[in-house]
Ligand binder design. Structure first.
Ligand code: GLU
Length: 454
């Protein structure tokens, strides 16, 4: 394949969630796998709902995932181009004004349904005369504009089956019947463009070779290919990946808050845990924690992605996150964590990482090693703890010191197993569970240990 150019095209009307991240990642992984380029396009034609802060936030979310666009574009800066093409379509009679209100259209559809007819737009606006249109405008009505689909022969009301085919990058051969659809609205009553036409103009202008997006766009693709053709553009290849649902099978947008990338990041999840899960669930590859996005890109194959929706489960994300951290070398994390004064960072990280499911939990062990904790000493263990304080070996300490010490305490007190180790752990760390004490002890140091046993 020659180098592809893909685009991720969010509307900056809110932050992106894990399902949008899947689309962004699939575009990115496809581009990287094939030595191509990635365009970030903000679909901000809806001026009232689009906000700059969301565009900035989405760029941050992508950067966090490791996605670095080769080019960033905003549709709001390209209205002159859209206007030119709009005029061209109007002049060709392919874009026509319709004055029906939403209510009128709904009533018409329910009549069609009750007569057993498909509820598609009957093109009655095309039968209106110029006088009728002027009259409607004089009443203050504003038209919306529809694209005339090439699904008729002779008369426009003689709609017939008209198949559009494409070889979907994710799903293989696809067929859509233009004869079963309404002419799509391209311009709203307030004169603003829906995303469809600007998207097509941009795909052409930016040389997009592959449109990769969610399966919710499959039916749109038929009409979009027709518009590409009407404009004399060569349609790009299309790929529609399966959608993610929440763990109950519900659509993700309902849980946008908790599953936004922003909140996952704030909850302390690793970007690569999110990327691994977002790209591997619902595929024939095992869901595993991949530490490097280049690895995800090299194994990426759209044909491995299942055709049915995939369930996203935050519990699975937690498992992947722990796994990533447990395998993470210190140099990867060094500039993100704070290390207790005077302690070797690598030693501290290697001692504690096995007990972390999120990097943010490291603070607790920071306190254990060099801060303030409350030792837990039960009354029945008091004598044993005092005896242990008396047999604490002299420094320097290393990973063998714990064994040497507990062997001595065992001999002095007759305690063994859990009744030996647990009281020591609780006194030294203030907690009943945690990292291996042979690793932790040398980091805490004799002076602090003695103080906690006192
Ligand atoms: N802004 C559109 C959306 O988010 C883009 C769809 C597309 O990728 O063509 O649904």
């Amino acid at each position: 394949m020659s180098a592809p150019i893909v685009r991720f095209a969010p509307s900056p009307t809110g932050r992106i969630h894990i399902g949008n991240a899947r689309t962004a990642l699939y575009n990115w992984l496809f581009a990287k796998h094939n030595g191509g380029q990635f365009v970030l396009r903000f679909d901000d034609t809806d001026k009232a709902r689009s906000k700059e802060e969301y565009a900035v936030g989405i760029s941050e979310d992508l950067a966090w995932l490791g996605i670095e666009p080769d080019r960033v574009e905003k549709q709001s800066a390209r209205f002159a181009d859209y206007q030119k093409v709009t005029d061209e379509l109007k002049a060709k009679g392919l874009l026509y004004p319709c004055f029906e209100t939403a209510d009128e259209l709904e009533r018409r559809r329910s009549r069609q349904r009750s007569r057993g007819l498909p509820p598609i737009y009957d093109r009655s606006a095309l039968k209106e005369s110029d006088e009728e249109r002027s009259e409607l405008e004089a009443q203050g009505r504003k038209p919306h504009w529809r694209f005339l689909l090439p699904n008729y022969s002779g008369d426009v009301s003689n709609i017939e089956r008209t198949e559009v085919h494409w070889d979907d990058v994710f799903r293989g051969e696809q067929t859509v019947d233009l004869g079963s659809m309404s002419d799509p609205v391209l311009i709203r009553e307030d004169g603003s463009w829906l995303y469809t036409l600007p998207s097509i103009i941009d795909d052409e202008a930016f040389g997009i070779t592959h449109v990769i997006r969610g399966a919710d766009h499959i039916t749109n693709t038929g009409a979009q290919i027709a518009i590409f053709n009407a404009l004399g553009y060569t349609p790009p290849a299309f790929g529609h990946h399966n959608l993610l649902t929440g763990s109950e099978g519900e659509g993700l947008s309902k849980r946008l808050g908790s599953l936004s990338l922003q909140s996952l990041r704030e909850d302390g999840f690793e970007a690569m845990a999110v990327s691994s899960l977002a790209s591997l669930i619902g595929t024939s590859d095992p869901v595993e924690a991949i530490a490097d996005i280049a690895d995800l890109a090299s194994r990426f194959d759209p044909l491995k992605v299942s055709k049915s929706p995939a369930r996203f489960d935050v519990a699975e994300l937690e498992g992947l996150n722990s796994k990533l951290i447990h395998d993470m070398p210190y140099e990867v994390i060094a500039d993100r964590v704070s290390i207790p004064e005077g302690v070797d960072g690598e030693q501290f990280w290697n001692a504690t990482k096995g007990n972390l499911s999120k990097v943010t939990e490291l603070g607790q062990w920071n306190d254990v090693v060099a801060g303030e904790i409350t030792p837990l000493i039960d009354a029945e263990d008091r004598d044993m703890i005092t005896a242990a304080a008396n047999s604490l070996p002299a420094e320097p300490w290393d990973e063998t010191s714990w064994k040497a010490w507990t062997t001595a305490v065992k001999a002095d007190t007759g305690r063994k197993g859990k009744s030996l180790f647990m009281p020591l752990r609780k006194a030294i760390t203030g907690s009943a569970s945690g990292p291996d004490l042979s690793k932790l002890l040398p980091l805490i140091g004799r002076k602090t240990v003695l103080a906690r046993l006192a």
